[in-house]
Design a protein around this ligand. Structure first.
Ligand SMILES: Cc1ncc(C[n+]2csc(CCOP(=O)(O)OP(=O)(O)O)c2C)c(N)n1
Length: 661
């Protein structure tokens, strides 16, 4: 049986279909999402929630002229399917395939790239301001989730909207979930709006109102003109300060009737975000508005897939699953634990012994493993929402009162809080412990999520103690050590499964600034090579050492453990003794660990040549696996061996050399 989906490959095709046909298309797209992502995984739940919304947007607006700005943009899969990328959809997040987020270089329909939350309102407002300046008439539509409102930037943008432009369409896609259940006063506030009978009645009135008119631009213009009377009903209430509309929130506030209206925007909602005819009419209406407007739509994360509806957190983003049942493959026996779980379990152990310890996540309880503390000691656990800046300063405040906050944030998301790290934590030398997960690649997410800049951005700051464990046991020791150091501490570790090293029942203190030497020179008469392998690259160094030793080299492997303070004595000793020093890091070369070694050698007049292995000075694309990218960019055992041999003019290596440093 032919499907509408087979006929649709661009927004023009969407426009040609009737609303009932589009409703069928919605069902077909859901099937494509569920089946198409089953093999490789992806952000299934959020995309199932925006099928009708995405279709309605393309029915009413015309990209690329009109602009859709998606917050985080993990929910753009349907938009991709409708904008010429349907045939490549099943390549999403895989090597050479579609990126999992909006990407300007991928399509003219992706007007703004993202991956981090909270940027859409600002970007969209910038576009609206630019449009107004150049006197053109593009519609700018910003789609943001309820969790985006836990982020400060969203409010910074909203503070500016009404003063900046008259034409701005915001769509608040409210499914009550962040990745986990949304948190904080804003989520409580939205809930009050959703359940407020007054607003529900107004939204119903709006629905009845638009239903009376035949579909189409002209009808909506009429509707808009007639809106004078309607407007009173729609917004007048919001502008009147009536505290009774939203009851006291129990937190000392009475809740302004409608926050968005207080900020100078019109508010329309709550609207059923799965009612396609209503969405189409609402968008037609929004298009004619001469005021910034926020349309509050209610959607279900995972709509149309039982398993995803039942477990919204798991299905927010996941790996392969069974397309019929939603079951995910069991972990193979013997698979090491994830670094994030070792982190969370260690925090629980430490918190049991040290009452000053508390744990903090910025909306990522599962992703960071902080959920272990949430479960074990909910009163010592804080989820601040998608608010990394606030989270870091909040932790700094806690430190001043004697607490020992452990802040778990992905390396890439921590970038947002850089000034807070500098100004609030390091400058005051407050002992916040930072656990930086996903330091290294997040392969299938791509450049928005790769965490490969943190050594560079941290090692320039005074007071910092920065470490990188080579395995999960060392991670536990480092977290413990960090809780005893009276300075800001930062621990970077990679995504996913750890190395399979047994983790001691109780973590041990390690000496700050002290490297380890897992393999010393054998003095076998071969050429001396010192491999300085940081963090997970230590294993690469050990494997490369085995091959080099087999070929007659004399190799020492150093596990530096600290990028600040570095073990100057160990670096100097092995640097001087070697004929060649090689640094290996899962980080950009520029400003990273290898750069620090060069600086140290220069200061100590160590003249041994240095080869640096790490990520080049470019944004690294997404791929199916980390290993593919490591091989491509030369962060591999083979390339390490080849580089060493090339240095000595040894032609026994057949591997192609990658990377220039
Ligand atoms: C700065 C930042 N912190 C954390 C994340 C991780 N993250 C990705 S999506 C998401 C939740 C988004 O929720 P919402 O905006 O409501 O959209 P939904 O998935 O519910 O549709 C989070 C916390 C991120 N992308 N960016």
């Amino acid at each position: 049986m032919s499907r509408y989906l087979d006929m649709v490959d661009s927004p023009e095709h969407v426009k040609k279909l009737t609303v009932p046909q589009l409703q069928e298309l919605a069902g077909e797209i859901r099937t494509e999402l569920i089946e198409g992502l089953a093999k490789g995984g992806g952000h299934l739940g959020p995309n199932l929630g925006v099928v009708e919304l995405s279709i309605a947007l393309h029915k009413v607006f015309t990209t690329p002229k009109d602009k859709f700005v998606w917050d985080v943009s993990h929910q753009v899969y349907v938009h991709k399917i409708l904008t010429g990328r349907k045939n490549r959809f099943r390549t999403i997040r895989q090597t050479g395939g579609l990126n999992g987020f909006a990407l300007r270089t991928e399509s003219e329909h992706d007007c703004f790239g993202a991956g981090h939350a909270g940027t859409a309102l600002s970007a969209a407002l910038g576009m609206a301001a630019a449009r107004d300046r150049r006197g053109t008439d593009e519609n700018i539509v910003c789609i943001f989730g309820d969790a985006a409102l836990t982020n400060g930037i969203s409010f910074e943008a909203m503070n500016n909207i009404a003063h900046t432009t008259k034409k701005f369409i915001g769509i608040l896609n409210d499914n009550e979930w962040s990745i986990a259940k949304n948190v904080g006063a804003i989520s409580g506030y939205l809930n009050k709006l959703i359940t407020n009978p007054r607003y529900n009645q107004l939204a119903k009135d709006f629905e009845n109102f638009v239903r009376r008119f035949p579909k189409g631009d002209l009808a909506m213009k009429l509707a808009h003109r007639a809106e004078g009377g309607f407007k009173g009903a729609l917004t007048g209430v919001g502008l009147k300060p009536t505290t009774s509309l939203v009851e006291s929130d129990g937190r000392g506030g009475h809740g302004s009737p409608v926050l968005f209206e207080e900020m100078g925007m019109r508010y329309l909602g709550p609207i059923d975000g799965h009612n396609l005819p209503l969405l189409v009419s609402t968008m037609e209406f929004a298009k004619t508005c001469d005021h910034p407007i926020v349309i509050h739509i209610l959607t279900q994360k995972g709509k149309g897939f039982e398993a995803a509806l039942k477990q919204p957190e798991k299905f927010h983003g996941l790996g392969p699953y069974n397309a019929s049942t939603g079951e995910t493959p069991a972990t193979k026996p013997g698979t090491p634990p994830n670094y994030q779980d070792v982190m969370g379990q260690t925090v629980v152990k430490l918190a049991q012994k040290n009452h000053a310890i508390v744990g903090l996540t910025a909306a990522m309880p599962s992703g960071t493993g902080m959920k272990h503390l949430e479960k074990a000691m909910p009163e010592r656990y804080y989820d601040v929402g998608i608010a990394e800046e606030h989270g870091v300063i909040f932790a700094a405040g806690m430190c001043t009162m004697g607490l020992r906050p452990i802040v778990a944030i992905y390396s890439s998301f921590l970038q947002r809080a850089y000034d807070c790290i500098h100004h609030d934590v390091c400058l005051q030398d407050l002992p916040v412990v930072f656990c930086m997960d996903r330091a290294g690649l997040s392969a299938n997410d791509g450049p928005t999520h790769h965490g490969i800049f943190d050594i560079a951005y941290l090692r320039c700051l005074p007071n910092v103690v920065a470490m990188a464990p080579a395995n999960e046991d060392e991670l536990a020791d480092m977290i413990y050590t960090a809780t005893t150091v009276n300075h800001p501490t930062f621990i970077r570790y990679p995504r996913g499964a750890a190395e399979g090293v047994p983790v001691k029942a109780l973590p041990q203190l390690i000496e700050v600034g002290k490297a380890l030497v897992p393999q010393d020179f054998a003095d076998n008469g071969g050429r001396k090579v010192a491999l300085f392998g940081l963090g997970p690259m230590n294993l690469i160094a050990i494997k490369a050492a085995a091959q080099l030793v087999a070929d007659g080299y004399d190799v020492a492997v150093i596990n530096p453990r600290f990028t600040k303070p570095m073990d100057a004595a160990a670096h100097e000793c092995y640097g001087r003794a070697a004929d060649l020093a090689v640094t290996l890091e899962d980080h950009v070369l520029m400003g990273g660990y290898g750069s620090a070694v060069l600086e140290l050698f220069s200061e100590m007049a160590v003249t041994t040549p240095v080869v640096r292995i790490g990520w080049p000075d470019q944004f690294i694309e997404h791929a199916t696996t980390q290993d593919e990218l490591r091989n491509k960019y030369g962060l591999s055992v083979e390339n390490t061996v080849a580089k060493v041999k090339a240095h000595f003019g040894d032609t026994t290596s057949t591997a192609k050399l990658v990377g220039g440093a």
